[in-house]
Ligand binder design. Structure first.
Ligand code: C5P
Length: 412
């Protein structure tokens, strides 16, 4: 996927403490740097027993800090300059010992001094990692409660295999989860904060019998990109999906198959929502009946005729719900066309009572189904038309929400 904009140019202090999960910190560090963050690594003495500063220096192209009494190039006091510049202090792994120090305001090494010097509005995220007994110890639990009470964010620990070979809670959250959590935290107070967004993704599957279905080529990539961008911009997101892609962290997933199931999920989800984005390719028709048993071949040449009936139009049902006073104040649809793109999209915008429609020519090889790029034209209810060049689906999603916010502002 393309750039994760929320991390771009963000200053992140990555605190690394001494636990075997240090090997995962290198991956976290690399993902943050790749996403455009400026990462300053601070290692405790114990962390350096597991891995040398050189690893992080190579990943960040920046000096790694280990010494409380280091004088920086500008003669600044290092713990103050790091704490002041940071947009986020992420400590991964956070050992029981460091957690205890943080909960008691100790500042006996560079990392704990940075934590204590971090100004209140700057978020702190901990990814605890330790053996189960240490995690469940009342001292650690009380320390965590205290830190949470101060507004410190926590990701994990997960249950699973620990360094000792034992199973239980204490395993550090996976790098993807830690990075996603960092993104969510940095996305707070962004332009979609406080909004509830429902997104649909994928092609519906209409059952013929227990083993066969009718569907389409939709991969769900556009819908997932929309859900991720909405989350990164601070929204609370429900993703109603027919496909089995890796679940975006921090997004509520509702798995469905058919158009009927999608409708049954969309209506309750949108009752209290602000924005609905229907990126799913909903089948217009479904087999009239689903055979209870697998349909058998008859003879050597006899074919099969399926009678298809119309599926409910989900957007129309949402519009009906809106007339009853519930549902999103802004609805976005997609128009996948193979000819007369603008003309068809315009009429769909009206007919489906949409505020915005993203029209794309699915006949183009670099746009539409299964690829990471898309070329869409955004048509809004206020008559504006924005023809976008070829861009990643993440960037298209960003443009959609830019347009959504513009419409929201115009509607007051
Ligand atoms: O009419 P068409 O299927 O091209 O319209 C596309 C838009 O309508 C998409 O946003 C799609 O998710 C939505 N749709 C729907 N219910 C259907 C068919 C399409 O909500 N039964």
């Amino acid at each position: 996927m393309a750039t994760i904009k929320v991390l771009e140019n963000k200053r992140i202090v990555l605190g690394v403490t001494g636990g075997i999960a240090v090997y995962k910190s290198a991956t976290i560090c690399s993902r943050l740097v790749q996403a455009g963050a400026v990462v300053d690594v601070v290692m405790t003495e114990a962390a350096q027993e597991f891995v040398t500063p050189l690893t992080f220096q190579a990943l960040t192209h920046r000096p790694v800090h280990t010494d409380m009494f280091e004088i920086t190039a500008r003669q600044n006091i290092v713990h103050i300059s790091l704490a002041d510049a940071a947009n986020l202090l992420l400590i991964a792994p956070a050992t029981a010992n460091t957690i205890a120090k943080l909960a008691n305001g100790l500042a006996d090494n560079l990392l704990t001094a940075v934590a204590l010097a971090t100004p209140a509005p700057t978020p702190i995220l901990l990814a605890p990692a330790m053996e189960t007994d240490m995690w469940l110890h009342p001292a650690t639990q009380a320390n965590m409660e205290k830190l949470r009470g101060w507004g410190v964010n926590v990701v994990g620990p997960a249950e699973g295999r620990l360094a000792s070979g034992a199973m239980g809670p204490g395993r550090m959250a996976e790098p993807d989860e830690v990075v996603s959590m960092a993104r969510i935290i940095l996305a707070r107070n962004r332009d979609l904060a406080g909004q509830r967004v429902v997104v649909t993704a994928g092609g519906t599957r209409e059952a013929i019998d227990p083993v066969r279905y009718v569907s389409n080529h939709s991969s769900g990539k556009m819908g997932y990109a929309i859900a991720e961008v909405a989350r990164d911009r601070g929204a609370q997101v429900i993703l109603i999906t027919t496909v089995n892609r890796p679940e975006p962290f921090g997004v509520e997933i509702v798995q469905v198959e058919s158009a009927q199931q999608m409708l049954e999920a969309v209506l309750p989800a949108t009752r209290e929502a602000d924005i609905l984005v229907m990126a799913a390719a909903v089948a217009d028709f479904r087999p009239k009946t689903m055979a209870e048993q697998k349909i058998k071949k008859k003879g050597d040449t006899q074919g099969l005729t399926l009678e298809m009936v119309r599926n409910p139009d989900i957007l129309a049902e949402v519009a009906n719900q809106k007339l009853a006073g519930y549902g999103p104040h802004l609805t976005v649809g997609f128009a996948a066309e193979t000819e007369d793109l603008i003309k068809n999209a315009k009429s769909k915008l009206k007919r489906k009572k949409l505020d915005l429609i993203a029209a794309n020519n699915v006949a183009a090889a670099d746009a539409g189904f299964a690829v990471d790029t898309n070329r869409v034209t955004l048509l809004a209810g206020d008559g504006s038309i924005e023809e976008l060049p070829l861009m990643s689906k993440i960037e298209v999603a960003e443009k959609i929400f830019d347009a959504v916010l513009r419409l929201e502002q115009a509607n007051g």
